[in-house]
Structure formats: C-alpha cells, structure tokens
Design a protein around this ligand. Structure first.
Ligand code: C2O
Ligand code: CU
Length: 458
C-alpha cells in the first residue's frame, strides 16, 4: 500500500490523541539483585543473598488459569542470569534456558517474559544460569496459578517453600558453590533448613480448620521426607497437576528438589497442642512448619475433599505403540564413567574431571549438540530412566508433564521424577509442545556437572 502524506499525518496525529493509559504499559519488573535477610535465628547477623524485587525468596506471583504472565527481568546481579518458569507448559521462547531458548541476560541487561498460563496449580520460578550458585543464593519464588472455579473450600491457604542452605558460622552462605566433591556426591546439601526463609515457621490455627498447603522443594539437592502430625491430610496435586482422586497421606511424603505437592490438611490436634509438618531426619523429626492450635474452627471433622478440576489436555496417552528411548545415568563418586564417555568429542576421564564434568547421560557429559530425540508434534514417547549411579537423581523435563509407566497402568502427571540409585523408572509423555526442551537432573550441581540433555519437538 502506498502511504500518502495525508494518511501518514493522520496516523501520527491519531497516535498523539491516544490517552496516556492506552499505550502499552511496561510490564512489571522482576529485578534480580543482592539483598540481605535475617535467615539465621536471632543473634546471628543477616545473610547476604540474591533475590528478586528485594526479597529472597522472591515474591509470590499469583494469577488465574488462562491469564498471561508478563515480567521484565532486570539484572542487577554481578553475573548473567535468566528465569525459568518451572512446570509451566510454556511457549518455548519463554522457557529461560541459556544456550537453548535464549541468551543469558548480562549484568545491567533485561529480558521481557510474557506467556499464557495454561494450567492451574503450584509452580515456581528460579534462575536458570549457574543455578547451582544462583538458586543457592535465593533466586526463586512461588508461581501460583489459581483454579478459576472448583477450588476447594478452605479456611486458609499457605505456600510453603521448603529450603536448604549451606551457611558458615557467621551466617553467610558458604561460597563453595562449585565444589567438585559436592557435584560428584549428592550435590550441595545444606546445614540449615527453612520454610519460607524461616528456621521456625509457625502459623496459629483452630481445631478442625481446613488448610490448603502448597509445598515446593526449592532446595539445591536435598530430598525431603515429610510427615504430618496432628493433621489429617490428602494429596490433591503433584507438580501442579491434580490427581484424579485425592489420596490420603498415609506415611511419608517424599519431595525431590523442584517437586511440589498440594495438600488439604484438617487440624485434628487438640486445642493447646501444636500440629506439625515434620521433616524426618536420621536423628528424628524436625518441625518444618508448626501450627499451634487455639480455639475451634468448624464444629466437627469434615468429609474428605473432592478432586481439583483437571487441567486441559491431560488425558491418558496411548503408550503401547510409543517410541521407546533409554536414558542411562552414569558417573559420580563410587560410580563409573564408561570409557566411551564424551564431551564435545572424546576426552579422557581426567579431562572430564578437570572440566568438572563427572556425570553422563547415555555416555555424554554436558549438553549434547544433538537432542535425545526429535519428536513429531503429538508423538508419544517412553523413556526408560536407568540409574547406574550410587546416588538418587530428580529428573526434570521442561515444557511437558509425563506419567510413570507402572505395573498397574500410568501414574500421575509429574514434571520431576526421583530415580533412586540402581533403579529403573519408565516415563511416558505426549510431546505436544513444540520447541527445544531441557531434560536434566534437578540436583543442581549434577546438572552443572553433566547431567543434562534435551528433546526437540517439531
Ligand atoms: Cu526447575 Cu531446568 O529447572
Ligand atoms: Cu542428579
């Protein structure tokens, strides 16, 4: 079209007439930068951390299913960074993986994230560059997507970020983020466990209150074993995705790094007592969250909660004809690296160690140039995860949820699965989200030390 002078002027004049509010507003910022926080108990100095918007953990982002999330990441850190929106079946360009979906944002730079939230549930966001260090320093926060309708009726809801920090005696973060010893063992395990950044998280409740608890394991490498005391509980969702039927909490809840669980809990402890979310350790139980009981809420126990409404396109995949793949995990301390192991071409074991690469997937340490598989859009895949190492690994696939292939059928949808030392677990998924998707261990030091690959969906 030929633009005449009159049209051009009209267009320009028209723009000037727009009220100020009609111009696209800049998205809200998500500013990553240094912060201080009283993390250790009183009497200790505050801890220097990295956080978002002046807080570590970062602020809760809460939207309704179907909404668009828009944030401008502004990097005030001394290192490049990026943000990954863990568990969101996201537009690939917004997935936040440097080297695969975007460039890391340099200090002083910014990046606009904007995407739709297709699923309700409990998710989280975290730095995805040098994450062994950046997540250890506090760069993460909860991302809660509310059900537009069908949410359970509760007296209160709490989001509980279960964290693990490695602190020095003067309550600063131990700076050994790149420790090869940690990487070759269980990862960066801390010495100070918190809930929402507090060593003694407490919330008063009434007897028979019903709470929704959204638990997120934000730890670098620690697997949490949790139990309820003075609370009757049901699991409603795992990794954001609702179960078909709520499952009563029988014994322990195991949360690998990055995993989430949505619970409904009813307070059964007597008035004057305290109910607990307990962390089970070798030495016994520790309070992960304390609920002192005062007064009476409901008059009596309530019936078991109903299921959450299912998320879209989460039906059972047809997996009998699915393409089968193996993903063999090797390496680490007390493990072996097959002699065929390579990293960007054949290398000696010693060479790999010098690069800090001590883990391999299918004989390759680090991000391979070729994907684990190229899937047609909508293709069903089965991946056998074979843990040939002396450590457990929490494997996370970006952009998709999968189900475990179990003897009695397919398990619940998850985005992160814990595979114990020596175990084989098979997962099935429909590769229906186009793009390049990272698939890695969420023990973050393991990821940095080689445990990562990727999947391409055409
Ligand atoms: Cu929560 Cu690639 O990570
Ligand atoms: Cu691992």
């Amino acid at each position: 079209m030929k633009i005449t002078r009159r049209q051009l002027m009209g267009g320009a004049a028209g723009a000037l007439l727009l009220p100020a509010g009609a111009r696209a507003a800049a998205p809200a910022t998500l500013r990553a930068g240094p912060v201080e926080r009283q993390l250790a108990p009183e009497g200790y100095p505050p801890t220097a951390l990295w956080g978002f918007e002046g807080s570590a953990p970062g602020p809760e982002i809460r939207l309704t299913q179907g909404a668009r999330l828009e944030r401008r990441l502004v990097n005030d850190l001394p290192q490049p960074t990026s943000v990954h929106w863990h568990g969101i079946r996201i537009d690939n360009a917004m997935d936040g993986v440097p080297g695969l979906t975007q460039q890391a944002v340099p200090p002083g730079g910014q990046f606009d994230y904007a995407f739709r939230l297709p699923d309700a549930g409990t998710y989280w966001y975290h730095a995805h560059n040098r994450s062994t260090e950046q997540v250890a320093r506090g760069l993460y926060g909860p991302l809660i997507v509310e059900e537009p309708e069908g949410a359970p009726e509760v007296d209160a809801e709490e989001v509980l970020l279960i964290g693990d920090w490695r602190m020095t005696r003067d309550a600063q973060l131990s700076p050994d983020f790149d420790s090869l010893h940690d990487r070759a063992h269980g990862g960066r395990i801390g010495n100070y466990v918190t809930t929402n950044g507090s060593g003694d998280w407490t919330r008063p409740v009434r007897r028979h209150d019903r709470l929704r608890l959204r638990l997120i394991n934000v730890a670098n490498a620690r697997i949490f074993e949790l139990a309820l005391q003075g609370l009757e509980g049901w699991v409603l969702a795992l990794d954001g995705m609702p179960l078909d039927r709520p499952e009563p909490v029988q014994e322990t809840l195991v949360l690998a790094p990055a995993q989430r669980v949505d619970l409904i809990v009813d307070v059964t402890a007597e008035e004057g007592d305290t109910a607990y979310l307990v962390q089970l350790t070798r030495e016994g139980g520790l309070s992960q969250a304390a609920f002192p009981v005062a007064g009476q809420g409901a008059q009596a126990r309530r019936p078991a909660p109903a299921a959450l409404p299912p998320n879209p396109n989460t039906g059972l995949p047809e997996v009998s004809g699915a393409r089968r793949l193996d993903l063999r995990m090797e390496g680490g301390a007390m493990g072996r690296l097959s002699s065929a192991m390579t990293v960007q071409g054949p290398k000696s074991m010693q060479g790999l160690m010098q690069d800090g690469l001590v883990w391999a997937l299918n004989g390759f340490a680090g991000l391979p140039e070729a994907p684990l598989a190229e899937a047609a859009r909508g293709e069903a895949l089965r991946v056998m995860l074979i843990n040939d190492t002396a450590f457990p690994h929490g494997m996370h696939l970006h952009g998709h949820h999968f189900r475990e292939v179990q003897e009695r059928g397919l398990g619940p949808l998850r985005d992160t699965i814990l595979v114990d030392s020596g175990a084989r677990r098979e997962i099935a998924l429909v590769a229906d989200n186009p793009g390049d998707w990272l698939f890695h261990c969420h023990m973050l030091g393991h990821q940095a030390a080689g445990m990562k690959t990727w999947l391409r969906v055409a």
